[in-house]
Design a protein around this ligand. Structure first.
Ligand SMILES: Cc1cc2nc3c(=O)[nH]c(=O)nc-3n(C[C@H](O)[C@H](O)[C@H](O)COP(=O)(O)OP(=O)(O)OC[C@H]3O[C@@H](n4cnc5c(N)ncnc54)[C@H](O)[C@@H]3O)c2cc1C
Length: 462
């Protein structure tokens, strides 16, 4: 370790675990985007809040940028360290600190994996309802920093709804204890909500107090085959009117093709152009009859061509896999990702416009659509042709994103529904946030991180 700044860091925080091996720099310097070449200065793995504070104070003294790092499952480049930054990984701070049965809260260190939170909540007879496919690797700190959504937003909302309080280390090394689990608290600005979705640019989340809820009601999973894109929102309305939906997810035949190649089981004899996986409360005969009525109404209208209902937990998991394995199945193709949202009422017009736009703009690329359609959230993944250089591919995709961003602006949508802006959508922030809003965000950043050391270059340039 020849860098004098690191020698100083070791002296300032003697118990700190520090990694500088090239393989570690590569491993911790990137996220799922795989677009940037990792080049961090070093990886710091603090074990306590005090160590996090000391690292931030050292970084502030030496003007070293700090990249807060969770599970690095992020899809926007938020946790990428490609410019000599110090990666501050929360992976050692992964313990459950407290369960409060009266408040129904679970207090955890920020590096704990989402799945470990699910399991702990279940052990206490309760549930933490935010859920998505990277649950085994992503961290609560990363979920908070991106306001992660997932497959149950339609019923339970985003991460934001479930954060009762949090402890955060700001860019000056100060520790803020925000909201302290209160349900009612009208004592001025709610800084907790400012931290949610701030992508590590305002503070490092070190602890979080999570609200828990009753376990989900007994449910069933149904896979539907749709003949056309145009009927998607009609099917959604038909199901939402009759059932208590827990999830309503959509994907195309191209998505299914990749998931099947990845080892999933074919659900129907024939292939269909579009599919929906929906989960709904189904604990009694009345609910089961309502589900059949919704299905039959859609069949009678010609909106659905086939369907299957899970008969066991194993079959439900199999049907879910068709949707949940998409991101992983597409990863080898280095997809260019769009993660956009509009209000549900704007969805039909936006879908029609986007389909036309992408049909014209991407004639030579394979485009895979899927998403949390019940939340107005669409994932559009463009796959890189094998013989195309990465920079050329991204350049061509960015031209289309400019058109997509203009369409989103017209429909008052968002260029990032749930993945965050990070590096990948920084150039398009203005399509979703006004110049005045971005100026306010910059002002907030200056107060909480006066030296600009926390995740610089992500979200916006200061
Ligand atoms: C297969 C797959 C499926 C996915 N499905 C979904 C989905 O359905 N919905 C969804 O929302 N996302 C999804 N994601 C994206 C990703 O899992 C989420 O964005 C997740 O919240 C990131 O958590 P992480 O711990 O991996 O964060 P990282 O990738 O490590 O970091 C993400 C951002 O948070 C910041 N950060 C991390 N930890 C902290 C901290 N303690 N304090 C402050 N800032 C911090 C980082 O600097 C970065 O800006 C999926 C990803 C994969 C690979």
């Amino acid at each position: 370790m020849t860098d004098p700044r690191l020698t100083d860091l070791v002296q300032a925080v003697p118990a700190l675990r520090l990694k500088t091996e090239p393989s570690d720099l590569e491993h911790y310097g990137r996220d799922w985007t795989r677009r940037w070449t990792p080049a961090p200065l070093a990886i710091a793995l603090p074990g306590t809040v005090e160590e996090v504070q000391a690292v931030v104070r050292w970084a502030s003294q030496h003007g070293v940028a700090v990249v807060p790092s969770g599970g690095r499952t992020g899809l926007s480049g938020g946790a990428v360290a490609a410019n000599g930054e110090l990666v501050l990984s929360l992976e050692r701070m992964n313990r459950v600190l407290d369960f409060n049965a009266v408040d129904r809260t679970l207090t955890v260190q920020a590096g704990i994996a989402l799945e470990a939170v699910h399991n702990t909540a279940r052990d206490h007879g309760l549930a933490y309802p935010v859920d998505f496919a990277s649950r085994g690797s992503c961290s609560i700190g990363g979920n908070i920093a991106t306001n992660a959504g997932g497959i149950r937003v339609i019923r339970y909302g985003n991460t934001r709804e479930w954060i009762a309080g949090m402890k955060v280390v700001t860019g000056t090394g100060e520790l803020l204890d925000l909201n302290r689990g209160l349900i009612k608290n009208s004592s001025g600005y709610d800084l907790r909500h400012l931290m949610i979705a701030s992508e590590g640019t305002l503070g490092i989340v070190v602890e979080a107090s999570l609200r828990l809820t009753d376990p989900a009601p007994a449910s069933n999973v149904m896979l539907l085959a749709l003949p056309s894109f145009e009927v998607l929102m009609q099917v959604f309305s038909a199901f939402r009117e009759r059932l208590q939906l827990q999830a309503f997810e959509f994907f195309t035949d191209r998505a299914l093709h990749h998931v099947l190649a990845h080892g999933a089981q074919k659900p129907f004899e024939e292939m269909h152009p579009y599919y929906v996986v929906t989960e709904f409360a189904s604990g009694d005969e009345v609910q089961e009859a309502a589900a059949m009525a919704a299905f039959e109404a859609c069949m009678d209208s010609g909106w659905v061509s086939d369907g299957v209902v899970s008969q066991s937990d194993a079959q439900a998991a199999q049907l879910w896999r068709l949707r949940e394995a998409i991101t992983e199945a597409l990863a080898p193709y280095k997809p260019y990702k769009n993660d956009v949202s509009v209000r549900i009422s704007a969805m039909p017009a936006f879908l029609e416009e986007t389909q036309q736009l992408l049909g014209k703009a991407y004639p030579h690329f394979e485009v895979v659509w899927f998403g949390h359609i019940g939340d107005g959230n669409l994932h559009i993944n463009v796959l890189k042709p094998d013989d195309m250089d990465n920079a050329e591919f991204v350049g061509q995709c960015e031209q289309v994103t400019t058109l997509l961003a203009a369409s989103l602006q017209k429909h008052e949508g968002s260029i990032s529904a749930e993945h965050g802006i990070g590096l990948v959508k920084k150039g398009y922030l203005e399509s979703t946030r006004s110049a005045a809003e971005i100026e306010v965000m910059r002002g907030i950043k200056r107060v909480l991180d006066p030296q600009g050391i926390l995740n610089p270059g992500k979200l916006f340039d200061v």
